[in-house]
Design a protein around this ligand. Structure first.
Ligand code: ADP
Length: 544
């Protein structure tokens, strides 16, 4: 017997048309560089996005061509989210926080053909322009200034295109729609490529009440950058449901977010713990200075992830009527893979138990299979105690990296993604992240490779060995601490160590925020029996 259901491919174009036709009157607000706000309706958004797709065709875009974006969170970036795949292209979001050399390398590796860049980010583009030649560079006049004549003007391209005459590029549901690079411990970053199918399924799962609980009646403030795992997928959900969006543009300072929240109060927001930490401090400071003037938006829910969410932070927001929900995932998992939510079994649980669980990564979401594998290769019992590596499988989890051979340190022989996160799982399937096997530090939601730092430090003539560990940091979640062993006869004056080595790392292409703020001179790096750096011992010695 055969199913009688139609075989209609899952497609982002369907979500786009739905937004334009059913929710045409709803608003998309963007904060511009001068802090003023501009509003588009979904009907305008629909036309502009189709015009972008049409303009990309006139520029000669072919199916599968990569179109890179170098952009803040705003409406034009959202146009790229749907307009590039509508034209058959693959949107490649470049991470503006990386060092310019790394961005250039990534653009080259992805073979990006076209770049769409905010005018305010042109100085960054110019620092890596020599590393990769784009066929076209399109500048979005975000600041309102005239676009320099050597570039194409985004607004002029849209004005000259015909959204009505445009037909969507043919595709099947597995055709690629977007790609995002993820930092590696060693070696270069690797590309994850999403499809229509994976994106639509992730969107449907994400919008469920037991996940983001995103509704058409919400006002969504996405603080997570749109170059980070597609802003965790929220923009797709908002377009699907016609949800009002308030984009913060480049203004991510806690005072600016607080100010924006007074003008356009959100009901749902997303961001890393660093953002929420800064926001609560700014709010409590402002409240103390001018009582009654500042408000936390009523009934605000916030999805936090990308790093561990401290229970104290969740409790602090709860005192102001704001619910922080937590999700865990990776660029490789689209990214939502687990979410902490009040399960039916917790109905009568104490308030303390609810907070304890809110500080956990939570339960696997539908369509994601999750297992915890111990070092002996066994499935950890659901006892909340036994630790092992999280492994996942599902239709929105990557099975490989763009043009990189599949290796057994990333994927198991039976087809599961090895996440490099260590966790326990309990009787309610709640995952608690306990450690990380990847040698990476996550500071303010952005990665720093400890191995890259160590290699660069060991290239310094005075240094024999260097081992870099993550130490907890209240503001940034984690910061790197470099333990260094000097060569015999070398005496870097202690006062000078941070200055000298900091300058050395900047010369080696690290971004300023990636440079450790602390260097400890030690006699020797502790080693395991197999001769590897024993970082556990260093973490015990320098717990903070
Ligand atoms: P994202 O863009 O979502 O931050 P990345 O691929 O850059 O995705 O980072 C994923 C990694 O971030 C995870 O493997 C894990 O180490 C860490 N992470 C994400 N969410 C959480 C969380 N809720 N708790 C602890 N660590 C987390």
């Amino acid at each position: 017997m055969k199913s009688t259901m139609m075989d209609v491919p899952l497609s982002l174009n369907h979500l786009l048309d739905r937004a334009g036709t059913i929710f045409g009157g709803n608003a998309i607000v963007s904060r511009l560089p001068d802090k003023s706000l501009v509003t588009h309706t979904y009907a305008q958004y629909h036309r502009r996005t189709r015009a972008l797709a049409s303009a990309l065709h006139s520029l000669g875009l072919r199916a599968g061509d990569r179109v890179a974006t170098l952009s803040w969170n705003h409406h034009a970036h959202l146009e790229c989210y749907f307009g590039i795949p509508a034209a058959g292209g693959v949107m490649h979001t470049l991470n503006i926080r990386l060092a310019p050399d790394e961005i250039g390398w990534i653009a080259g590796d992805a073979q990006d053909r076209i770049l769409i860049v905010d005018d305010v980010l042109l100085p960054l583009y110019e620092q890596f322009a020599h590393l990769h030649a784009f066929a076209h560079v399109v500048v979005f006049p975000f600041s309102g200034a005239a676009v320099p004549p050597e570039f194409l003007d985004y607004e002029q391209l849209l004005a000259g295109a015909d959204p009505d005459g445009f037909t969507y590029a043919e595709h099947d549901e597995n055709s690629p729609t977007s790609m995002c690079y993820t930092s590696g411990t060693t070696g270069r970053p690797k590309g994850v490529v999403y499809s229509h199918r994976s994106t639509v399924l992730h969107t449907l799962v994400g919008c469920m009440a037991d996940c983001w609980d995103l509704r058409g009646s919400d006002v969504m403030l996405p603080v997570t950058p749109m170059f980070h795992a597609n802003c965790w997928g929220l923009p797709y959900g908002a377009v699907m449901l016609g949800t009002k969006i308030v984009f913060p543009g480049p203004h991510l300072h806690p005072d600016d977010l607080l100010d924006l929240m007074q003008i356009e109060p959100p009901t749902l927001s997303v961001g890393v713990p660093t953002i929420w930490m800064g926001l609560i401090q700014a709010f409590e400071r402002a409240q103390a200075q001018t009582p009654g003037r500042w408000k936390m938006p009523e009934g605000l829910r916030s999805m936090v992830g990308g790093a561990a969410v401290p229970e104290a932070l969740i409790r602090a927001f709860a005192r102001h009527g704001v619910t922080l929900g937590q999700g865990w995932g990776m660029t490789e998992t689209s990214p939502l893979a687990t979410v902490s939510y009040p399960r039916a079994e917790l109905k009568d649980a104490s308030e303390d138990e609810h907070f304890r669980r809110a500080a956990m990564a939570g339960c696997p979401v539908p369509l994601v299979d999750l297992r915890i594998r111990t070092e002996d290769g066994l499935d950890a019992p659901w006892d909340g105690k036994t630790q092992g590596e999280i492994q996942v499988r599902g239709p929105f989890i990557t099975g490989s990296y763009h043009e990189v051979a599949v290796t057994d340190d990333k994927f198991t022989a039976d087809g599961w993604l090895r996440t490099g996160d260590v966790a326990t799982i309990d009787e309610l399937a709640f995952v608690r992240i306990t450690d990380r096997t990847k040698d990476l530090i996550k500071s303010g939601g952005e990665w720093i490779s400890s191995v890259d730092l160590e290699n660069a430090l060991m290239a310094h003539p005075a240094i024999a060995e260097a081992a870099v560990i993550a130490i907890p940091d209240e503001k940034w979640s984690e910061r790197p601490l470099a333990c260094i062993v000097l060569k015999p006869g070398q005496h870097l004056a202690m006062i000078d160590v941070a200055g000298t080595l900091g300058a050395h790392l900047l010369q080696h292409g690290f971004a300023k925020w990636q440079v450790p703020d602390r260097f400890e001179v030690i006699d020797a790096v502790p080693r395991t029996s197999t001769g590897k750096f024993w970082k556990l011992k260093l973490r015990e010695r320098f717990p903070r």
